[in-house]
Design a protein. Structure first.
Length: 246
């Protein structure tokens, strides 16, 4: 079940005080990547064996994950990975657009020269990662996912509100989970590099209305497609219907 080639958590350096956070990070990654699928029951003893960690850190890590909407506590029955639904995804997309619109407008109004340079660098890095992903032929690419997240968060970083950025980051990660669950399903032919470049151009030109419209269209295009692929009766994109595990 482990997704990372690491030594047992309890054998890692300085694990004493950080074991729960290390385990939290690995579980979070496995949930976002879909290695631990939606609806999967997370039994403390099984997780302890699979991740080579004590039962107490496992329980603490799962409690942390409930706070971020990735795990649910079952009344007197332990934990499970939070299920997915068309309604939740639609709400996630709507709230994400609300928050990121505010964050982007604030960033455009207050971002400094360093913010501009960071955006340009993040765009270069995500484009380079995209080319590497195409060359490898792998539909899933952890390096591209990191660079893609870095790019979108760089756009918002000048907003001046750590709390707003934190919320935006959490919603971004939950969106990644839906995309990863869709697996190797191909998006329709789409020039994401051009879309990103247009967003950056409008952002750096301080054209807030245009930048926001481009960013929201970027998200909604992906959202509509994923809704249709994961939930056949919720949108367009194909006949696949996501089935929750028993």
């Amino acid at each position: 079940m482990k997704s990372l080639d690491e030594a047992p958590i309890e054998d890692q350096p300085n694990a004493g005080d950080t074991i729960t956070m290390r385990l939290y990070s690995r579980l979070r990654q496995d949930i976002i990547e879909g290695t631990l699928p939606p609806g999967m029951k997370l039994k403390i003893e099984d997780m302890s064996r699979s991740y080579e960690a004590g039962t107490s850190p496992v329980r603490e890590a799962l409690n942390l994950l409930t706070s971020f909407g990735l795990v649910e506590r079952l009344h007197n029955r332990g934990f499970r990975v939070k299920p997915i639904s068309a309604a939740e995804f639609a709400d996630l997309l709507r709230v994400r657009c609300w928050l990121e619109e505010r964050a982007l407008r604030e960033a455009i109004a207050h971002g400094d020269e360093q913010w501009e340079e960071n955006i340009a660098l993040a765009l270069f890095r995500v484009n380079r990662a995209a080319k590497a992903r195409v060359a490898s032929g792998e539909p899933r690419d952890a390096a591209w996912e990191r660079r893609h997240r870095d790019f979108h968060m760089a756009l918002l970083a000048g907003c001046g509100s750590p709390m707003l950025l934190d919320y935006c980051g959490q919603l971004f990660d939950q969106t990644i989970r839906y995309r990863q669950i869709a697996g190797a399903l191909s998006m329709p032919v789409r020039d994401s590099e051009a879309e990103h470049a247009e967003i950056v151009e409008a952002t750096l030109a301080r054209k807030a209305d245009q930048a926001v419209e481009l960013l929201m269209t970027h998200y909604r295009t992906t959202g509509k497609y994923l809704l249709g692929r994961l939930f056949a009766d919720a949108g367009e994109g194909g006949p696949l219907r996501y089935a929750q595990p028993n």
